[in-house]
Design a protein around this ligand. Sequence first.
Ligand code: NAD
Length: 494
Amino acid sequence: MKTIEHRINGTAAGSGRAAPVYDPATGLQQAEVLLAGRSEVDSAVAAAGKAFESWATSSLSQRTRILFTFRELLVKHETDLAKIISAEHGKVIDDARGEIVRGREVVEYACGIADALKGGFSDQVSRDVDVLSFRQPLGVCAGITPFNFPVMVPFWMHPMAIATGNTFVLKPSERVPSASNLVAELYAEAGLPDGVFNVVHGDKAAVDAILGHPDIAAVSFVGSTPIAKYVHERATATGKRVQALGGAKNHAVVLPDADLEFAAGHLIAAAFGSAGQRCMAISVAVAVGEAADALVATLARKAREIKVGPGDDPASEMGPVITAAAKDRVENAIATAAAQGAIVVVDGRDLPVEGDGFFTGPSLIDHVRPSMDVYRDEVFGPVLAVVRAESLDDAIALINANPYGNGTALFTSSGEAARRFQREVRVGMIGVNVPIPVPMSYYSFGGWKDSLIGDSPIHGPEGVRFYTRPKVVTTRWPRVTQSVEAAFHFPTSS
Ligand code: NAD
């Protein structure tokens, strides 16, 4: 049985405890991953702290040269990475390639760090006085990431942290540990000095060691809302800068003037791609007015056509969910919805499954009301709930009353409706006829309300700000012959 080790200061490192890593398509254990405790986290932070001394003073050219090389290695190893993601997560290979491309785009943005980090300069703010501003790295930064994007979500963090001159300790999800170790090897091959990027695997013990560590300056977290709140509270209490992205309940509103076939096709892909295990998955379709019956019929037909199978089978469109517990949670949610009066139009529990893989089929549940558990909970599986609404105003009110505010989408042919929707909805990322509006790497990613704890979105310009802090310098270079009187009043311009 393969043992997945930590990667500290450029070398593999061991530790005491271990956890099983499953193949979700077979339900069988395929490896064990070592679980870090305080001492492994201490070693990684010490290595990162030592590396920071020289990395923080490396030139922008040196950093970008390494990042350009790293980007080329990511292209070269895309298939290797995609296979690793699919084997541990279960998503289909094409979907895994998609997340690698979106992660690589953050590296491409980071390759332009020389421009993104430019400071400001004001000439002659007072007689012979100039002001300049620039940003400096924070120190050792840590990332704690979820299972559902083994490559893309960590890439929202470490390329930005490293490009801005920080060093990094990544604690990936213990369910999908292997991709991060290959990423560490590729960074090393690209010429990144030892200790700049470290990987510690682990569970709550490793997370707690990170949150309490006095030598970690900033923590980036992506995962469920309860853990995001916990991480934010604990890490800010020890004086760290924190960005903490949480869970989601993303609504797609379909107006009667939308092209229903187009909307249904996109909704199906957004609800059931990656077995619904995306923070930007559409889990609620809001069918407005007379669109509802035709929309549900089209969704049902398309949901039944989805090919469910192992991620490495090119014929599969949707793979298994991550664990046996996740399968139980999803199937219980369907049973509860039915018991609470919703209509299960397509029942994923009917999927015939050979073997012990964690498969459950696509489920479509109609006549869902906001009081039902299937609406209130983040099911995080292949379940699409349909809520019927009278008008666009009702749909917007429903979305705004929801505690989450990650992503949302509107399907319509009306520019006026689209404009009103994007202005009034209290959600961070909005799509118009685009179901999964994940911002490009040169914007920033982040929801509102319980989908983002604290106030920092991730990557893009917000990422540059998060991983640096500003200095403003006021300078005066008087000619030696010139006399400048010191004054005791508070400085003002003259
Ligand atoms: P999770 O919250 O269970 O785990 C996330 C990380 O926290 C993992 O590294 C895990 O080891 C650690 N962790 C888990 N329990 C902990 C505990 N009690 N104490 C300390 N650390 C703990 O999330 P998950 O199941 O891996 O991922 C799915 C969740 O992530 C969903 O809620 C999804 O919406 C969310 N997510 C959000 C975004 C976003 O951008 N907002 C992106 C991806 C995933």
